[in-house]
Design a protein around this ligand. Sequence first.
Ligand code: RP5
Length: 165
Amino acid sequence: MKVSIIMGSYSDHEVGLEVAKTLKEFGISFDMSVYSAHRTPVDVVEHIQKMEEEGAEIFIAMAGKAAHLAGVIAGKTTRPVIGIPMKSSFSGGMDSLLSTVQMPSGVPVATVAVNGGKNAALLAVQMLSIGNDELKGKLKNYKKVMVEDVYEMNEKLNEKMKEVL
Ligand code: RP5
């Protein structure tokens, strides 16, 4: 298992599944669990240790509101931690974003966009691709597909324009 995904609540699971789906596309093994920095602080610490023993090289933490989960994990592990601030009812998740990104010096959390599950997974794949040519190849192919998608969008747009102009 290479990536440990931890979410603060079951209510975060839809974005969690997006992370899992993207990691699976790249053939990356992962564990996904719910542990809360506030509701189960002791379990969070025990779980981090268990995940490290099982081979986790990267942690992805998802939490909303006063989102301390990624920070607590980063305080405990030396592995890279990617934080996903979850959308909340307050200013579209500004509370979660600031709680995740504004880490004190010495304890970094690589924070992606609010609900940015796909980018969190891609960033993890990019980290794992260091020294791994097979993964680098898969990432290059992923970018190629994105380019083709944009070209297709242009074709679609041109067809639409023909209909209305
Ligand atoms: C955070 O509070 C969770 O990560 C979730 O995003 C948010 C709300 O949790 P629930 O009240 O839905 O359990 O700890």
